[in-house]
Design a protein around this ligand. Structure first.
Ligand SMILES: CC(C)(COP(=O)(O)OP(=O)(O)OC[C@H]1O[C@@H](n2cnc3c(N)ncnc32)[C@H](O)[C@@H]1OP(=O)(O)O)[C@@H](O)C(=O)NCCC(=O)NCCS
Length: 245
């Protein structure tokens, strides 16, 4: 049985993560910028999964997609990587574990937005990435509709031109969060550990240092049962700033 420990990443992980993202870079997984990587580490929004020897074999993060001052928050779930040896987990795979950790952490920590503030969580997946597409669709993400003008403009700044439709944009709904909360409970992760079988055999997952989740057990149960529906929006038509309302 291999033990994997999942914990929030720390700034001291930055070099190991840069090495990992450089090694694993591909059209499916563009490495995060230093700004996104280090800001997420400082803000506790990186998740790393490591072996008992301290080798990072899984990671994922959530970065702000909207400008920091905007009250219309759009967060992007990104940077997901699982080492070949630990892919295809059953009954739960590691990308799904990290999706649940990132989303539940945000929802518990930040609470509900008060209008005109809104929360939206997106993920952007290359059309050819079958594994990731299967995971986000199974987790109940829905494809975004036509993109608002500010987002089209942003894409011009990344690509220098309109992209060729190579990427698919998904967002979470209240149902996604409910589904992930249920999986979190059913797998045993609410109690801080779970067993799963990956390509390299049985793996025991242990969660360490997710204090907000430990304090939010009651909230996670209410989300899973449907008693509490998390208020999530589609992509905002415009980004709104405090001075504008
Ligand atoms: C994406 C990734 C994190 C998923 O790893 P994982 O959590 O172990 O997920 P799995 O390997 O169990 O794959 C998930 C699903 O996709 C399916 N799948 C995997 N590879 C596939 C392929 N090449 N074609 C079709 N389906 C595939 C699996 O069968 C599984 O579906 P199932 O549960 O119904 O059997 C991992 O493949 C990875 O690190 N890839 C490289 C980096 C990357 O693409 N990151 C994501 C960027 S959005």
């Amino acid at each position: 049985m291999t033990k994997l420990r999942f914990r929030p990443g720390e700034l001291s992980d930055r070099e190991a993560l840069r090495v990992l993202y450089k090694r694993e870079r591909s059209a499916l997984l563009p490495p995060p910028s230093n700004k996104d990587l280090e800001t997420a580490l400082v803000d506790g929004r990186f998740i790393v999964g490591e072996t008992e020897d301290g080798e990072i074999v899984a990671c994922a993060t959530m970065i702000p997609f909207s400008p920091a001052a905007s009250v219309t928050y759009v967060g992007e779930l990104t940077g997901a990587f699982v080492d070949e040896r630990f892919r295809s987990g059953r009954p739960v795979n590691l990308q799904t574990v990290m999706l649940a950790l990132r989303l539940l952490h945000y929802v518990i920590l930040e609470g509900e937005p008060i209008a005109p503030a809104t929360n939206t969580f997106i993920t952007i997946v290359k059309k050819s990435n079958a594994a990731s597409l299967a995971n986000v669709e199974k987790a109940g993400f829905v494809e975004c509709g036509p993109q608002p003008g500010w987002m089209e403009y942003d894409k011009l700044s990344w690509h220098g031109d309109y992209d060729e439709g190579e990427w698919r944009y998904f967002r979470t709904t209240s149902d996604t969060v409910q589904l992930l909360a249920k999986k979190f409970i059913d797998s045993g992760l609410l109690g801080g550990r779970c067993d799963t079988t990956t390509k390299s055999g049985n793996v025991e997952i242990e969660l360490v240092g997710f204090h907000e989740l430990e304090l939010g057990v009651g909230d996670i149960k209410r989300i899973a049962s449907g008693e509490h529906r998390v208020d999530l929006s589609d992509l905002p038509d415009e980004l709104i700033y405090p001075a504008e309302h």
